[in-house]
Design a binder for this molecule. Sequence first.
Ligand code: NA7
Length: 542
Amino acid sequence: MTTPHNTTPQANGTSATHFDAVVVGAGFGGMYMLHKLRGLGFTARVYEAGGDVGGTWYWNRYPGARCDVPSLQYSYQFSEELQQEWKWTEKYSTQTEILRYANHVADRFQLRKDIQFNTRVTRATFDEATTMWRVETDAGNRVTARFCIMASGCLSSKNTPNFPGLSDFQGQWFHTSNWPHEGVDFTGKRVGIIGNGSTGIQAIPVIARQAEHLFVFQRTPQYSVPARNTPLDPEEEARIKARYRDFRIQNNGKPFAQDLNPPTRTTFEVSEDERRRRYEECWEQGGLGMMLAYADSGTNLEANLTVSAFVKEKIKQAVKDPAVAELLLPDHVYACKRPCLDTDYFETYNRPNVTLVDIRGTGIERITPRGVQAKGREYPVDCLVFATGFDAMTGALNNIDIRGKGHQALKDKWVEGPRCYLGLSSSGFPNLFIITGPGSPSVLANMIPAIEQHVNWVGDCLEYMRKHGLRAIEATEEAEKPWLLQVQTAANATLWNACDNWYQGSNVPGKPRVFMPYVDWVGYVAKCREVVNNAYEGFSLR
Ligand code: NA7
């Protein structure tokens, strides 16, 4: 991996102790928040645990790491100059390229001078007497700020299962989301990988090409559709850039804030032949379009079964050994777990140096000093890779001791699941904003536009408060409760909660099972607008 250069001066070492706002995190959320605050004339300090900008793209340097939203859409739109000047090289960008882009943005907008790196916020306490947040870091900072803005990421707190025996393992182990910056050379090594979600599915084909032998320990088979990544077509780029602003506006009004056209027809309205042609077309096109093949693909179980049958057929065609193919066939609803995109994932199981170990029902028994024990057998490995995902959406927030009114801990308030109005604000925690928090579309939308929508909303809100001489804003409990219900009701109308997945926390033992993201991006944006038009309905301002 290339280490990004950083040319702008950094905030480390400066001594100011009061800011209008403290921002936690310098990923895409924190970077744009800082830019927005500065543009509005607010002082701000960003604290970032990593050594540089990029957030999830700073940490997730595993082999094969790549975004599965097209590059021309997974990027900022707030600056026309920026979106015109930046050149992506591939349809779906690699982690390296996205990180380079984050660095370019930091340089271009001189962001680093207000960011303190290698610094983790440990505590944020609301002082009711002064209406200020007191923020503390592990680097010894003690600062105050009127606003505390959490841009700490939805997928930033890693989930490393507590495998018995791990501390005795004599080889090396890595979590994909904390990958060594210098990379890992698996040449001549026996490698074991646990986890085959989006991350594992990207990493497995790449590691298999390098390792002497790769053992994939699979607890749940996954659906995956080919990404069909290609070098970026210069004609397509020119076409989009000629009307980039309009393209963005259009996408902001489409499902998932992506250039995906909402289907109008339903599955059983068409003949079997036509349906098959449509699925073939989605398959050939690659990408996330398969889940929008028909209007009811994600809501009607019978309809969904036709999609899953089609993908299973493709898996059987790709994998030569029928017994291995059988083990790779998922039995949950299609796209209930985050749909994956791949490059040669299923074909990788045709390689003689790859062994699929089915641990469904039994799990990993233990890690031994020499390898992994599963199904009563020891698989000797030199290296272990955990692609075991994240404590999504709430993990990063709960890792900070956040105290609101009456010294209440956010973690305690959320003990039965996150309670948040619009995913932006939680009652009892005045002047605390969450960028793409639980209860907002967040991970069920194209993340960068979702971030921009939140940052713009917060920026407008701060301006409104300044204009009206207001010191504090906070979601009301009366607004928070029905919103929580709305988030659950909207999810219940889909098949998204028809299986175990990280959207509802079921991947982390003991985590309350509450569906966290809001499934309707378009409706959500309209709701946020309506709230503002109604003088911040659902918030109390003083
Ligand atoms: P995911 O999607 O949460 O996948 C994690 C994988 O790890 C999945 O296959 C899990 O199996 C497996 N896992 C987790 N814990 C265990 C244990 N204890 N034993 C065996 N296997 C385990 O994380 P990703 O990093 O792939 O993707 C997260 C998001 O990042 C992705 O959706 C994109 O939005 C970007 P399971 O399915 O739970 O049986």
